[in-house]
Write a protein that binds this ligand. Structure first.
Ligand code: GMT
Length: 380
């Protein structure tokens, strides 16, 4: 039998794909007999109830009148060193390169003597490369920190290629996709919620969008697509999540005279009940390295209409398990949405293909062993 590992998981606790993947990875590792030590500013979103083998170590960043900027990188690196020593970490796994890969590198420099010490794995999630990491203000240190990692993973082939192209990184990058607990992510009947968000009319379709409402999600495009759909099919739009562009999206809807058709429920820990009542998911993002939100919808048998960007074509097979269109093809996205909502057999086929695809490729049992293999290889 192989020895259990002690893994330090460095992640953002806020609502966002990288934090969710890191949290689900820690939970799955603990269930498989390892110890997962979350190192973060707050208890990660979706951590849930007490679970044997899971630990949370808070990062506190004290202020001082001289500092006009919070010293997060330093306090994080310092906390990683402390946790690594106390908990004998084998692996420091940094999720989201900025600045976690740098903090992991610094802490390993402090911890390592004679080649012994924890190995650093950096997982690239998306905007840490495509938006933030490639910004000239950060790119050199991000590239350096990725190169210095012992192991590097990216959530899609697309993100791996973007990392090579945009940052000039040479380090081999393994692709390990996003994953779900497929026992939890499945469609469940919730007639009460269905009634609530369809307005009580059985002919009304429920269109959903789940995100952190950042500009990259293009929520104004969500409203524009929905506006075209609702002109042809009785429908309501359910917005799940919160972020800087939520108010703008609601205003755009009001300006179009459809504010009354839009429900916004804010950030939700449990998305499965809401996805389970939906007929269609819209994801017209400007960039999406993988699209965890699409995967969650597909698992709940909700067909996705999305933009053909980043890693989305690695998740959705156009015309089979969803629909992909060029970024600005709002009319085409609306047309696919209308087709799905008006053709019952098309809807059923796509919903079932989407669900099957998640279950064959992206369940926790298939993907978490890839991370374990990555750790073991670095420690051998
Ligand atoms: O930028 C975001 O929208 C959040 C970001 C994150 O790091 O929290 O999400 C990224 O990571 C997810 C998990 O790996 C991916 O599924 C998302 O596609 C990715 N977002 C983007 O690339 C925009």
């Amino acid at each position: 039998m192989t020895a259990p590992l002690n893994v330090g998981i460095v992640c953002y606790a806020s609502v966002g794909g990288s934090g969710i993947v890191a949290t689900e990875l820690g939970k799955a590792l603990a269930l498989r007999g390892h110890q997962a030590h979350f190192i973060s500013t707050e208890t990660p979103f979706r951590l849930g109830d007490f679970q044997e083998g899971l630990f949370f170590h808070q990062v506190l960043t004290p202020t001082y009148p001289l500092f006009r900027e919070p010293q997060y990188l330093l306090s994080l690196a310092n906390r990683i060193v402390q946790v690594a020593r106390e908990s004998k970490l084998d692996i420091i796994h940094a999720h989201y390169a900025v600045p976690h890969a740098t903090a992991a590198f610094l802490s390993r420099q402090i911890l390592t003597s004679n080649g012994a010490g924890p190995r650093v794995v950096t997982t690239l999630h998306g905007t840490d490369i495509t938006l933030v990491g490639s910004d000239p203000s950060y790119s050199r240190i991000v590239a350096f920190s990725i190169e210095q990692s012992d192991g590097v993973t990216a959530v899609s082939n697309s993100l791996r290629e973007a990392t090579y192209a945009e940052l000039g990184v040479k380090h081999p990058i393994s692709v390990i996709p996003n994953f779900l607990d497929c026992a939890i992510h499945r469609r469940r009947l919730r007639p009460d919620l269905r009634k609530r968000f369809s307005g009580g009319d059985s002919a009304t379709k429920v269109v959903v969008h789940v995100s952190n409402f950042r500009p990259v999600k293009r929520v104004d495009a969500v409203i524009a697509i929905f506006d075209r759909i609702r002109k042809r099919v009785p429908a309501r739009l359910l917005l799940v999540g919160d972020g800087p562009d939520l108010a703008m999206a609601q205003q755009v809807a009001r300006d179009l005279g459809i504010g009354g058709l839009v429900d916004a429920v804010g950030a939700q820990e449990e998305v499965v009940p809401l996805l389970s009542i939906a007929d269609l998911f819209l994801l017209p993002s400007a960039q999406e390295s993988f699209g965890l939100a699409a995967l969650e919808a597909m698992a709940c048998e909700v067909p996705v209409v999305a933009s053909r960007v980043g890693g989305l074509p690695e998740v959705i097979e156009h015309g089979v398990s969803g629909f992909l269109h060029p970024l600005d093809a709002i009319d085409e996205m609306a047309a696919s949405g209308i087709a799905l909502l008006t053709d019952e057999s098309l809807h059923r086929d796509v919903a079932q293909a989407a669900c099957r695809r998640v279950r064959t490729e992206f369940c926790v049992e298939r993907v978490v062993p890839m991370y374990e293999a990555c750790y073991r290889e670095l420690l051998s």
